[in-house]
Structures are given as structure tokens and as C-alpha cells.
Write a protein that binds this ligand. Sequence first.
Ligand code: ADP
Ligand code: MG
Length: 246
Amino acid sequence: MVQNDKKKKKKREGSDAVITLDRVSKSYSSGSPALDNVSLTIKKGEFVFIVGDSGSGKSTLIKLLLRELTPTSGRVIVNGADVARLKRRQVPKFRRNLGIVFQDFRLLNDRNVYENVAFAQRVIQMPTKLMRKNVPNALAEVGLAGKYKAKTKQLSGGEQQRVALARALVNEPPILLADEPTGNLDPKNSWEIMKLLERINEERGTTILVVTHNREIVNEMKKRVITMKKGVVISDEEKGGYIDED
Ligand code: ADP
Ligand code: MG
């Protein structure tokens, strides 16, 4: 692409967009689509909640961003990459842009805390010397510096999720995706995780997308809130709240 076209393209997408969905639909089978013609833009450094009933397409959206899935139609652009067009061999490098946290932590339960975080650094072949700085830094950032030797099974749910968060952040990805990260946590630990995410967003400028059902937290934090229903974005508000229906 010549330079000029590149510039035009950037302008069209919004130069600071890190995530763009352009008329994206995703169908799993012949029934109604899980995502139905969704368009949205998320800018660098935003903190966005995605809310909506179970089955409204939130996880499908996250999987499209991760390229676990490709859209049935439309385009998904993440950090400048048209995700569906990536070749299989390009996917691992693409995923380095993305930190990901799930509801069920997904830790390696036969390894200790340090090894769970170090694992992410080994995958990208971080030199050992740097890894020995980065892993303790990431653990300190989530408040677990003293627990690096613990087996993950010995930790509370809140602590396990903080290990998962350290693992997601240790490679310093520009984008963090969290699919119901507090779904298995009590209110106190839920708040701690959300406050950590907020701090990371503010201090590092990491773009953060959080899928959640936590009404109270969404209402208090006053972030951008995208509400989905049956595969469609029904509301998208700056400093939004949880929409009460029924
Ligand atoms: P949410 O995360 O908001 O609960 P999902 O994205 O998981 O919603 O699901 C959206 C819709 O797609 C639901 O109707 C769900 O049953 C369907 N769906 C999700 N994953 C699959 C799959 N692997 N195969 C078939 N249907 C699926
Ligand atoms: Mg889901």
C-alpha cells in the first residue's frame, strides 16, 4: 500500500482506534446470529464495560477479537490487523497484543504463582535476566509479591484471579480483554480486581474491555458501557450505567 492510501485508511478508521468492528455478524448455525451487524470503535486507552443478558453475544465478541473465531461477515480490526485475514502462522504474534482474563482463572494448578506468570514470558522467549525482573514486577503490581512460591490451589479465588491478571499483563500488551473476571468472586474481591484494572488503565494506558454482570460496579465506575441484546448493541454510553429492563 502506498503511504497516501495508508493515511486515508487510518483517517477513515479513526487514527486512535485500537479495535474496530465494521458490520460484524457471526452465526454458529442456521438459527439467529450470535452477533448481528455490530459496528463499534474502541480507542487507545479506553476502559469499556460490555454488559447484557446471558446469550447476548458478549463472549462471541471477545472470541472474535482473539481470533478464536472469525466473523461470518464484516471486518474485525485489532491493533491495525484485519483479524480474519491473518495467516495461521501470524496468529501467535498477533495475540501478543492481547492480555486475556477469564472467569475461571485458567491457571496451571501444578505450578506455583511465579511459574504461572513466567509461563507467559517463556512463550515470547523473554531472556531469563529480564524475566526475573518482569515477573516480580507484575506480581507486585497485583499485590502478590509475597506469594510467588505458593501453589495456585492454596490461594483464594481473588488471589488466583490476580495471578491470572499478572500473567495477562507481564508481557505489557496494549489491550486487555476480561470475560466476566469477577464472575466467581465475592463483592470485596470483585471490587479489588476492578480497581486494579482501572489503575492499570490509568497508569499504563492499556485499553481495557471488561465483560461483566456486576451491576453495582458498572454503575459506580462511570466508564463507557456497551449494552448488548440478542447479538445487537442496544446502547453505548460514555460514563454509562447498567440498563434496567423488563
Ligand atoms: P454471552 O457471552 O453474552 O452469554 P455468547 O457469545 O456466549 O453470549 O453466545 C451468544 C449466542 O451464541 C447464544 O445464543 C449461544 O447459545 C450461541 N453460541 C455461543 N457459542 C456457541 C457455539 N460454540 N456453538 C453454537 N452456538 C453458540
Ligand atoms: Mg459469555
